[in-house]
Each structure stands twice: as C-alpha cells, then as structure tokens.
Design a protein around this ligand. Structure first.
Ligand SMILES: CC(C)[C@@H]1NC(=O)[C@@H]2CCCN2C(=O)C/N=C(\N[C@H](C(=O)N[C@@H](Cc2ccccc2)C(=O)N[C@H](CC(=O)O)C2=N[C@H](C(=O)O)CS2)C(C)C)[C@H](C(C)C)NC1=O
Length: 280
C-alpha cells in the first residue's frame, strides 16, 4: 500500500505512428527500486468502455507497491487521448502502435503490461510484437481466435451511438453484476468514439495472439465460473502462460476482484527472479 500524500503522478503525451496523441498518467517509482536496478514499469491498459481512471477507482492502483513505476494511458478515443475517429482508426493494430509509442516514450528496456478485458487482448498482441515486454497480464480476455459476429457488433454499435447508448451499457453491466466503477466508467466515454471502437473490433481483433519472446511471462486471468474457462486453459497451454483464477461466477463479476489481482501481480513483479520459476 502507499500513502496518498506521497502520490507523485504526472501527465504524459506521446504521438503514435498515425499522429494520434495519446495522453495518460505516470506514477513515479519510489523507494527500493535501486536494489534491483531499473524500477519495474507496469503499463495499464483499460477496456473498451473505460478510461485510465478505472485503475484508481477499482483500487488496483493502491495494491501496487511504491517501487513500481505505473503508466496508465487513455486508449485513443477515451479519456484525454485524441479520437480514433473511425472503425479503421480503432483497429487493433492502431492500439498496438499506440502502446508501443508509450513504451518508446518512457525509454525502458523492459516493461510489464496489465490489460483489462479488451485491454488484456491488446496487451497480448503488444507482447507478441515487442521484445521490450517482459510480462503481460490479461484480465478476463484470452488470446485465442474469436468469431467477432459482425451483425451483433454492428447492432451494439448502433445501440451505443443512439439516444439510449449509455443506458444500454449501464443496464447491461449492472445486470451482469459489474462493480459500480465499471458501470460509471461507460458514461465518461464519448458515444461516437465508443461506437467507432466497437466497430473497430471488426478490424483485426478476431486474430489470436502468438507468444513473443521465449522468456516472456504471460498470465491469463479469469473467473472460476467462467463459461469459457476451457478456452482460457487451451490458451494457457498454447502460449505457455500461467492461468490465474479468481473467485467469481463470471468475467464481468470478476472485475470486483481486481484489487486482489493487483496484489498478486505486484508479488510477481517484485519477486526475486529465482522464486518466479517455481510459481504455479
Ligand atoms: C454486452 C456488451 C455490453 C458487451 N460490450 C462491451 O462490453 C464492450 C463495450 C462495447 C463493445 N464491447 C465489446 O466487448 C464488443 N462487444 C462484444 N464482444 C464480445 C466479447 O467477447 N468482447 C470481449 C472483448 C473482445 C472483443 C473482440 C475480440 C475479443 C475480445 C470482452 O472482453 N467482453 C467483455 C464481456 C465479457 O467478457 O463477457 C467486456 N468487455 C468490456 C470492455 O472490454 O470494456 C468490459 S466487459 C465478442 C463478440 C467479441 C459483445 C457482443 C454482444 C457484441 N458485447 C459485450 O461483450
């Protein structure tokens, strides 16, 4: 845990390959990072209907120790980052470029990524593309190929850009048992950008992720009761990834477990290298 008054967050802004400006927050590492040389840098990637504020609101951030440098960008079209404008502007390859631009900005040799839902899928794709990624955690999204049903996604995008867009999302997540921070996050996202991001899922997000470097530590996380648990197990075997299960009936309900996953993630980040091999 850390004392709030020692909070040292600052903003950053970085241009992506296509000129889109990504903005976000960086919380500097303090304390014993010199014991292990460069401090761990953990880049947090939020989901579709969210922005960077979910990390503090879910108490995930509080679970991270002082000596981890935390970087929390707003994905394009969310929070303070520039819009993606179109479905093509929200293709997964644009998100991968955006995250790699953030990695370039902070200039570290190695990074850990933690992604939430679709942010987890982005994290796995960045790990595949970029050797600087030492660890990638995907919360409630696996890396396998998925059928992204164009009709259902188009229907959802139309709902989202319509007069009842926010109600659609709030009602769905409330009914699905999502925690309050996840329901309220939807209201902060611009409707047109959220509709474009939804249609953007039809541009490449169906592809499976491959393992990047052999020494990457990949971690899939899902609910014990997840109906798609089998796919997560397959993904864990195929990618040589750890599989962590949280005590909840569904992936959406698992969001309430994010702070405890933060604690477990911090243990992996700050574990002595020898201890990491034995971890289940
Ligand atoms: C029901 C509805 C509120 C919900 N809509 C969302 O939530 C967000 C916000 C708007 C668009 N949204 C999508 O997700 C796209 N719409 C869907 N996509 C499915 C899905 O599996 N999506 C994955 C991510 C993903 C995407 C592409 C490829 C792989 C993985 C996912 O993680 N979904 C979980 C819900 C869950 O795991 O049960 C959440 N995602 C939110 C987020 O990322 O912020 C927080 S919860 C299928 C068709 C791909 C379905 C489908 C009905 C169209 N609608 C939803 O799922």
């Amino acid at each position: 845990m850390r004392s709030p008054d020692r909070e040292q967050t600052e903003r950053f802004e970085v241009a992506s390959v296509d000129g889109t400006l990504l903005r976000g927050f960086s919380r500097a590492a303090r304390g014993s990072s010199d014991a292990r040389g460069e401090p761990e840098t953990l880049v947090l990637l939020h989901g579709v209907a969210m922005d960077h504020r979910v990390w503090s609101e879910s108490s995930f951030l509080d679970a991270l120790p002082d000596d981890v440098h935390v970087v929390a960008p707003d994905l394009r079209g969310r929070g303070e980052s520039d819009p993606g404008h179109s479905a093509e502007g929200h293709a997964i390859d644009r998100y991968v470029e955006d995250v790699r631009a953030v990695l370039g900005f902070f200039g570290r040799e190695r990074y850990s990524l933690f992604g939430l839902y679709f942010g987890g899928r982005i994290a796995l794709r960045v790990a595949e593309a970029d050797r600087r990624v030492q660890r990638a955690f995907s919360f409630c999204a696996h890396g396998e190929a998925v059928e992204v049903p164009a009709d259902a996604v188009e229907e959802e995008a139309k709902e989202i850009e319509g007069p009842g867009g926010y109600a659609y999302l709030r009602d769905h997540f409330s009914a699905a048992g999502a925690p309050a921070w996840m329901v309220s996050a939807c209201d902060r996202v611009d409707q047109d950008e959220l509709a474009a991001a939804t249609r953007g899922l039809l541009h490449g997000s169906h592809q499976r992720a491959e393992r990047g470097a052999a020494d990457q530590d990949l971690v899939l996380i899902t609910a014990e009761g997840d109906a798609d648990l089998g796919t997560f197990r397959e993904g864990s075997a195929r990618l040589g990834a750890r599989l962590w299960l949280v005590d909840s009936r569904t992936r959406v309900r698992a969001a309430a477990r994010l702070a405890e996953v933060g604690t477990r993630t911090a243990e992996l980040l700050t574990a002595a290298p020898a201890a990491m091999k034995g971890d289940a």
